[in-house]
Design a protein around this ligand. Structure first.
Ligand SMILES: *Cc1c(COP(=O)(O)O)cnc(C)c1O
Length: 413
């Protein structure tokens, strides 16, 4: 037999300056590496999970008992959130970029009848699902949501809070209010906003389910837990109708986090194997978030995004995003069409910026957990270098004084 082996895998440290994952905090990595081997029913692992549950409720501003983490990434949490959507359920989904587009696909899959799924299993046209397409680069507004919910009166409504594909913030207040007015259960993809923006779930009573991820605002890439939160109404509906999954059914999954029959219990009961490493890392990332305070962190993102945006604009680019953790932009006219070339040149040097993943092609630069003048300056300078190498006329002394000016002004304020 021909057995093939390989040298030990070495992965370099790059500058993660994209939409996510963000740079994992050293404290989180340290917690991951320092955890002992312990099984998923060991006392400290279970205690850690219960503490994470309580910290998540604080961070997310909610009394929802069903607030916990789904093992995996954003899509794991979203799959769990969408698990209550059953074949034939009526849904209105708003799509304004790559991620909400995939969410809408998930909803079409979940709400399809067997016949609809068999007719086009990878992209079924579920008659009960209406997808409202909002152009890339613009936001889903309260008026758009109101009009669609008034017309369709669906059981479920879906929107991404922050659409990372185009860098747009959608109207959460308008969405929640419209859901309340029309009796829809709102579902929110909060993958990009949790841990970046200061908002509280309980201020948005029209929303029944929330799903986020570990590696963006929560800065916890070592594959850990994707936060979710569900209202009692969601859970009652789920209990009444069921879901075609054991592992991602929120009622089952919550048990390991010490949530049983709608009540907090002292210790979790087995749902699936959990890793002490992952629990320790997640726990540390939540402690970090609470120590800094969401209001402070959100303010810091705002400030640094403004500086990055100003520098990108000074290089002649056209910024079309309004998220505070990410800048999405078009290159100057003369370089249109060379976005992939530029992004690939940066990535080849360990400067991890991104293109958009669906049309139109734009450049995305993110600042997750890069909230210092030094970090932003490095990102800007590396991008300016790459622009010059492509032939752009970017004056470094102008960029440097722009950065220094902004940061001096902030220091003074
Ligand atoms: C990143 C992202 C996802 C996907 O998350 P994964 O962690 O890659 O599974 C979904 N929705 C939005 C809005 C995102 O930004």
């Amino acid at each position: 037999m021909n057995v093939q082996t390989f040298p030990r895998l070495e992965i370099p440290n790059t500058l993660a300056a994209g939409p996510g994952p963000g740079n994992t905090d050293p404290r989180v990595l340290e917690a991951f590496a320092a955890a002992g081997v312990a099984d998923h029913m060991q006392g400290d692992v279970l205690r850690g999970m219960v503490e994470c549950k309580h910290m998540l409720r604080s961070i997310w501003g909610t009394k929802n008992t069903y607030t916990f983490g789904v093992a995996g990434t954003g899509w794991s949490a979203l799959d769990s959130m969408f698990s209550a959507v059953m074949p034939g359920d009526t849904v209105v989904a708003f799509s304004n970029g790559t991620f909400s587009g995939i969410d809408a696909l998930t909803l079409r899959i979940k709400a399809s009848t067997r016949e609809e799924l068999a007719a086009d299993s990878l992209s079924p046209a579920a008659a009960s699902v209406t997808v409202i397409e909002v152009p890339h680069g613009s936001s889903v507004t309260g008026e758009i949501v109101e009009a669609a919910l008034a017309e369709h009166k669906p059981k479920w409504a879906f929107m991404a809070h922050w659409e990372t594909g185009s860098g747009r913030i959608n109207d959460l207040r308008g969405f929640s209010d419209a859901c309340e007015r029309h009796g829809a259960m709102g579902l929110i993809d909060a993958v990009s906003s949790l841990g970046v923006e200061d908002f509280s779930i309980d201020d948005f009573p029209g929303i029944a389910g929330w799903a986020s991820c570990p590696q963006k605002g929560i800065c916890c890439l070592p594959l850990t837990y994707a936060p979710v939160s569900f209202t009692d109404r969601y859970i009652e509906n789920l209990r009444a109708n069921g879901a075609y999954t054991f592992v991602h059914n929120p009622i089952f999954e919550a048990r390991h986090w010490g949530i049983v029959d709608g009540q907090d219990v002292e210790k979790g009961t087995y749902h699936r194997t959990h890793s002490g490493y992952a629990v320790a890392a997640f726990h540390e990332s939540l402690r970090l978030t609470l120590e800094e305070g969401l209001a402070n962190r959100a303010e810091s993102y705002k400030k640094h995004e403004q500086v990055l945006r100003a520098a990108i604009v000074a290089m002649g680019c056209d910024v079309t995003s309004n998220m505070t953790s990410l800048v999405v932009f078009n290159l100057p006219e003369a370089f249109a069409g060379r976005e992939m070339e530029l992004v690939q040149a940066c990535r080849a040097e360990g400067f991890g910026i991104w293109p958009t993943l669906s049309e139109p092609v734009q450049v995305r630069i993110g600042i997750l957990n890069q909230l210092t003048p030094a970090a932003i300056t490095e990102i800007v300078n590396r991008f300016a270098d790459a622009m010059r190498r492509m032939g752009a006329n970017v004056d470094q002394s102008e960029i440097t004084s722009l950065l220094e000016g902004h940061y001096a002004q902030m220091q003074a304020a």
